[in-house]
Design a protein around this ligand. Structure first.
Ligand SMILES: [Zn+2]
Length: 270
């Protein structure tokens, strides 16, 4: 089987983790912008964006991994001062195809500055027609979720092109009722493969994507293969496993090989 990890920060991991992912069937991944510190100026974000779209993409491709880069300003690392150059760079990157999605953006505390930065970035995503990866905080997801719904509605974003990520199983029905994709993060302190088995068993595959949120924090490069194994062992058919570990993310983020190529038959003898 092959997998797509729908939310990673591979640039905070070592070479060997990437090799293990490729060897275990990870076909592609979404690399999301994030800084584990608050930048002193927006120029730091611009350098991060260049790092991800150039050096990090090349590093991942040496392992045969397909890459889709998500660029954006995470709510935990909003710089002071001006922000217009970040918005301009996002627009340029989406237009040129250097980045395929807006992310990781969202709300942490949900204060006015975070909301403003999110709103401005969503406008660029909408204009450039790219999907969005939305962060929800470890604590207080119930509080920020209605805020996220309101801002998505206010900006008329197509919810089916938005992943609301790091959900608890209890929040999945609300997010699906809103029409957004439900992101299940399998990582120590978040969900386990058993949680994914329970959610998929209860709700089916529609609108579900799985990710590792691979970062400098404890994370599992093998989250996707582990979920596939758990789903198979729980008796889910291959089509179900394929939908949540590959197909849904492949369609959303435009991984080229999402559309199966016709299998050519043997050449007829002349
Ligand atoms: Zn993340």
């Amino acid at each position: 089987m092959r997998f797509i990890d729908a939310h990673t920060h591979t640039f905070l991991r070592n070479f060997e983790d990437l090799e293990r992912m490729a060897l275990s069937g990870v076909h592609g991944l979404v690399v999301c912008a994030y800084l584990p510190t608050r930048p002193s100026a927006s120029a730091t974000l611009l350098d991060l964006f260049r790092w991800l779209t150039q050096e990090e993409t090349a590093r991942l491709e040496t392992h045969g991994l397909q890459v889709r880069v998500a660029l954006g300003n995470h709510p935990r690392c909003i710089p002071d001062g001006q922000f217009a150059d970040v918005l301009e760079e996002l627009e340029r990157s989406f237009h040129e195809g250097a980045a395929a999605a807006l992310g990781e953006v969202g709300l942490e505390s949900g204060d006015a500055r975070e909301l403003d930065v999110l709103q401005q970035q969503l406008r660029v995503a909408k204009a450039c027609r790219v999907p969005v990866v939305l962060h929800t905080p470890r604590q207080g997801k119930e509080k920020v979720l209605p805020q996220l719904f309101r801002v998505l509605e206010a900006e008329s974003l197509d919810p089916s092109r938005v992943v609301i990520d790091h959900l608890t199983p209890a929040l999945v029905p609300e997010v699906r009722a809103f029409g957004a994709m439900a992101g299940l993060t399998v990582q120590p302190g978040k969900l386990t493969p058993a949680d994914v088995v329970a959610v998929v068993g209860e709700r089916g595959t529609e609108g579900i994507v799985i990710d590792s949120d691979l970062s400098h924090l404890p994370s599992d490069p093998l989250a996707l293969p582990r979920c596939a194994q758990a789903l198979s062992r729980a008796g889910q058919p291959r089509a179900v496993v394929e939908a949540v570990t590959f197909g849904n993310a492949a369609r959303l983020f435009g991984f080229e090989s999402a559309v199966p190529r016709p299998v050519a038959g043997p050449e007829a003898p002349a």
